[in-house]
Design a binder for this molecule. Structure first.
Ligand SMILES: Cc1cc2nc3c(=O)[nH]c(=O)nc-3n(C[C@H](O)[C@H](O)[C@H](O)COP(=O)(O)OP(=O)(O)OC[C@H]3O[C@@H](n4cnc5c(N)ncnc54)[C@H](O)[C@@H]3O)c2cc1C
Ligand SMILES: NC(=O)c1ccc[n+]([C@@H]2O[C@H](COP(=O)([O-])OP(=O)(O)OC[C@H]3O[C@@H](n4cnc5c(N)ncnc54)[C@H](OP(=O)(O)O)[C@@H]3O)[C@@H](O)[C@H]2O)c1
Length: 458
């Protein structure tokens, strides 16, 4: 029997476990996660109003319920109080790290530290009920928001900022986030890209959805579209369709609406201005001296003909009391594992971790920590399979290692108190009960106390 630890129960961890048990009848897999809840970003990233994608949790559940797969929640690997990487290698024949890319990229511009400027990662974690997240006062006094970035996460947070109660009520969004979002005074959201429409990274289905939001008008400036002389027919299919949708919106006459989304292009953020510097909040919604962000100063860019842009020396200031930077995620180093700071990934060859330039049998990676933070849920399936094929090629040598019959029992006797699959099911029941009490469907528990209390009822 080959005993494998998979660290991380997001899509890449689940697909790794699935490939392992499908391809080798002699493998037993423990899927460890630092959280008491499985599914990674499918639970804590995919937007609550994307219920169909959320339902992929059902197929990941089937993997974690396989007779040779065991979910072991509430165990952090590495870091203070965590199980050291070296210890894990002693407990298992092989370890596959599927820890994702937990943090955000920064803009590196003045004013980024001002209250009111947050990463999309923080905002997403809050509305997704991640137990490490809290309401940082994201929407306090906000009428105008700027979202920097043109990827699918930027589309998600833009959409969530204008969603109404009727659309959010049936989702599993935590009650506090629901109350805050539906009571918010946000009237306009500017989603801003430093390049042009043909270089935007969102997909057309997600873009189109912005155009169908109740009570919300989408505005596109035809002059900004005209800045890029690209012929859509020469573009790859997704970009071509994106440009077609944007041109269609740009040609529409203005329509009365309570909320507005402006899609802006060729604007590179150069500085965030505090409210005092930006002339104070419109309508005086915030107390003076709060020193919260009041505007973003952008430099207008021009296409360089090769997909890039250059500065024009002309500037534009966009008022905003909330700035969400949605410029990509970033992997974090795990103590004891090599890390490439330039890419935010663990160096690897076909999933085998590379130490000192040499592949290290017994240690593997899959998912965002292997490839970097791009790709949809399904992209992680072939990625995980490649890693599993490397692992199984090494298996005859690895299986000769001496490991305990039950590594989790060994961890328990060392004082680790994990959350079992049955205890996770207790959390699910508590979330259903919470929702029923509120007259809603399932409602997520949003803090450690609530989750662990539900997992281990006394
Ligand atoms: C905001 C957002 C929305 C998205 N929406 C969609 C969508 O609608 N559709 C779509 O197809 N794709 C979507 N994606 C992309 C998709 O979520 C990713 O492709 C996928 O989640 C990456 O999988 P992963 O397993 O590598 O990482 P993750 O899903 O991040 O899983 C990593 C897991 O590792 C655990 N972990 C981390 N560190 C440790 C540690 N030290 N010890 C133990 N456990 C640890 C984490 O708790 C987590 O459970 C979205 C991404 C984001 C950021
Ligand atoms: N519904 C879905 O399917 C869904 C939902 C959410 C996420 N996802 C997936 O998850 C992955 C991550 O998405 P993401 O949106 O975080 O990343 P992304 O697709 O890489 O988009 C990042 C955006 O940030 C911009 N950017 C980067 N650095 C910048 C800077 N310094 N200043 C201004 N703009 C900057 C990029 O512009 P440039 O192009 O100019 O660099 C790009 O528009 C993607 O693969 C995405 O498709 C999918």
């Amino acid at each position: 029997m080959l005993r494998v630890a998979v660290v991380g129960s997001g899509p890449s961890g689940c697909y790794t476990a699935q490939s392992l048990v499908q391809l080798d009848p002699e493998v037993c897999v423990d899927v460890l996660d630092r959280l008491p809840c499985p599914y990674g970003l499918v639970r804590y990233g995919v937007a609550p109003d994307h219920e169909k994608i959320k339902s992929l949790q059902g197929s990941l559940r089937t993997v974690l319920e396989h007779e040779r797969v065991r979910f072991v929640g509430g165990i952090r690997v590495g870091g203070p109080g965590g199980v050291p990487v070296e210890r894990l290698r002693e407990l298992y024949h092989a370890v596959v790290y599927c820890v994702g890319a937990a943090t955000d990229r920064r803009l590196g511009i003045p004013g980024e530290e001002l209250p009111g400027c947050w990463s999309a990662t923080e905002f997403v974690s809050w509305y997704s009920a991640h137990p490490d997240a809290a309401d940082a006062g994201f929407l306090r006094g906000v009428r105008s928001a700027v979202v920097i970035g043109m990827g699918n996460v930027a589309v998600d947070v833009t959409r969530m900022l204008v969603r109404g109660a009727a659309e959010l009520l049936p989702t599993d969004i935590p009650q506090a986030a629901l109350d805050t979002l539906t009571a918010s005074g946000v009237r306009e959201v500017h989603m801003v890209g430093r390049r042009g429409p043909a270089q935007a990274r969102f997909t057309t289905k997600e873009l189109r959805e912005l155009g169908g939001l109740p009570g919300t008008e989408v505005k596109v400036d035809p002059r900004e579209l005209a800045l890029d002389p690209v012929d859509p027919a020469t573009l790859p299919a997704v970009q071509r369709r994106n440009v077609e949708v944007l041109r269609d919106w740009a040609a529409r006459p203005p329509a009365p609406a309570g909320r507005h989304i402006g899609l802006r292009f060729f604007l590179r953020p150069v500085e965030l201005l505090a409210q005092g510097d930006a002339g104070g909040p419109p309508g005086g919604a915030l107390e003076r001296g709060a020193d919260r962000v009041g505007a973003v100063r952008f430099e207008r860019t021009v296409p360089d003909g090769a997909g890039g842009v250059t500065g024009s020396g002309r500037f534009e200031v966009v008022p905003a009391q909330l700035v969400l930077r949605s410029v990509g995620y970033r992997g974090v180093p795990l103590d004891g594992l090599p890390f490439d700071a330039a890419t935010g990934t663990v160096p690897n060859v076909a999933g085998r971790v590379v130490r000192d330039g040499v592949p290290s049998p017994g240690e593997y990676v899959a998912g965002w920590i292997k490839r970097g933070p791009t790709g949809v849920i399904g992209t992680n399936r072939p990625c995980a399979k490649e890693t599993v094929l490397s692992l199984l090629a090494d298996a005859p040598a690895l299986a000769r290692g001496d490991v305990p019959a039950d590594p989790v029992a060994t961890l328990r006797s060392a004082g680790v108190d994990p959350v079992s699959w049955n205890e996770w099911l207790s959390i699910e029941r508590a979330e259903a009960a919470l929702g029923a009490g509120l007259g809603r469907g399932v409602v997520k528990l949003a803090d450690w106390e609530g989750l662990l209390g539900a997992a281990h009822p006394s």
